[in-house]
Design a binder for this molecule. Sequence first.
Ligand SMILES: [Zn+2]
Length: 108
Amino acid sequence: MFIWGYQTKTTDIPASANDYCERCGKVTAHSVRAEWEIAHLYVFLRSVRWERWFAKCSLCGTEHQLSPALAKAVRRMPKADPIPFWDRHGGEVLGLIVVAAIAWVTWA
Ligand SMILES: [Zn+2]
């Protein structure tokens, strides 16, 4: 692993949803796939640069990108968010630790 870099990951979500397929012209079952890129400094400072969510029709295989609002709703379903906690919040946690350390040094 490099000191600083980017990493793209993709995974299928163990969830499905009914959605309208333009090619089939009807509501069909769709599987969901997530794709995201994280920026990392060593292994601990990590944050998500972007994420895209796709729904794939189970009948014809046509895939379309979910709107940000729908992707957010899917992400909140139980066990649907594939992005590990430290990949999503590592940078924020480290930022809080730094702020806490500065506050402690300043007021101690
Ligand atoms: Zn279809």
